[in-house]
Design a protein around this ligand. Structure first.
Ligand code: FES
Length: 357
């Protein structure tokens, strides 16, 4: 059976069809003109806040309380930042800082969000209105004018007439994205092993540790307790691409009291008289870990605030990094200069999925 119905918005009569309009035997479909009364929109129901001024007042109180809560949360976050500084480097302080600053900001945002939603739902105007649709197409005259403009542009540019120019332009536009697509090839497996490239640096047995950037070798006696050196291999500038090599081999050198070092048995020989050397390349995404806090023995990466405990194998104590900084095994030569015992024992830099120990 087929039906006709009035459109709920503008009252126009429209035809609609039921399944009966399509015969199962494949015969001709018939549309009848039985009309169905437009049910229209359900009657508007007023909200409790429209009917009861006390409830409206209560909703108003809730809304401004939420906004005040938001103000308190935002100010609280500022105060938490001031009263729980992370500069002490203590893990407990850092946790308090993160907790209260985060809570304050969350309250600040939620207060505004929930308050605004409640305001809109309970107090703002609740009437229904109709926005009529208009035809999307422009009128016949405008379309004709547009077609004439295109025809004129075609005539003046000679786009259809000068076929060689047109076809070569189409060819150029097709070729243009090809270099970009070709670059995707670099994501495919390579002939060389990228792991190998990252696994080896210029450090090797007997290579002296030198100051960055002068390349002056460092004696163990020059490294006082609490001091930190930025270090490169002494032979760095002999490399074909010194900057590339430096990016992998750069090291931080620090001296601690020997009894402050927590060294596992198999690593006790990797330090020299309290002097330890760690890769400066952050294991998060590779920024240079540049800040050393002497009293906490923490190294801080300025990019995303990862912190590494130098006294405990440069383990991660805070932040997004997932593994300790690789340690460079060191000792001294006959003249008292610090030298590497070998290369790093694991790849330096960010963690990646093919990384092998
Ligand atoms: S690169 Fe160091 S924390 Fe992100």
């Amino acid at each position: 059976m087929a039906k006709e119905a009035k459109d709920g918005i503008n009252g126009a009569v429209v035809a609609s069809q039921s399944h009966d309009a399509y015969p199962q035997d494949g015969g001709t479909a018939v549309i009848s003109s039985d009309a169905v009364e437009n049910p229209g929109l359900p009657a508007h129901r007023k909200r409790v806040t429209d009917l009861d001024p006390k409830k409206a007042k209560r909703a108003e109180r809730i809304v401004f309380s939420l906004f005040y809560l938001s103000i308190a949360g935002s100010l609280g976050a500022v105060l938490a930042y001031m009263f729980f500084p992370i500069e002490s480097g203590e893990l407990f302080d850092i946790r308090l800082h993160t907790l209260f600053v985060g809570l304050g900001m969350a309250l600040g945002l939620l207060g505004i969000g929930i308050g605004a939603v409640h305001w809109g739902k309970a107090l703002m105007h609740d009437g229904e209105s109709i926005d009529y649709r208009h035809p999307v197409a422009t009128n016949e005259e405008d379309r004709k004018t547009a077609a004439e403009i295109f025809a004129l542009a075609d005539e003046e540019s000679g786009f259809s007439r000068r076929t060689l120019v047109r076809n070569s332009l189409i060819g150029a536009l097709i070729a243009f994205p090809l270099p970009g697509i070709t670059l995707l090839r670099s994501l495919a497996p390579q002939e060389y092993d990228p792991i190998d490239l990252l696994k080896h640096t210029m450090w090797d047995k007997g290579v002296r540790l030198a100051r960055d950037p002068s390349g002056v070798p460092i004696k163990a006696s020059e490294v006082t307790i609490g001091s930190a050196f930025h270090v490169i291999p002494e032979n760095l500038y002999e490399a074909e691409h010194p900057l590339d090599e430096k990016a992998k081999a750069i090291v931080l050198l620090m001296r601690l009291n020997k009894d402050e070092l927590k060294e596992p048995e198999d690593r006790k020989s990797w330090s020299y008289d309290g002097i330890v050397a760690y890769s400066k390349v952050c294991t998060h995404v590779g920024c240079p870990v540049a800040l050393y806090e002497q009293h906490t023995h923490h190294l801080l990466c300025p990019c995303h605030q990862s912190q590494f405990d130098v006294s405990d194998q440069a383990k991660v104590v805070f932040g997004p990094a997932k593994r300790p900084l690789p340690q460079l095994p060191i000792t001294v030569d006959d003249e008292g200069y610090l030298i590497a015992q070998s290369d790093f024992q694991e790849p330096v830099g960010p963690s990646y999925w093919e990384r092998l120990k």
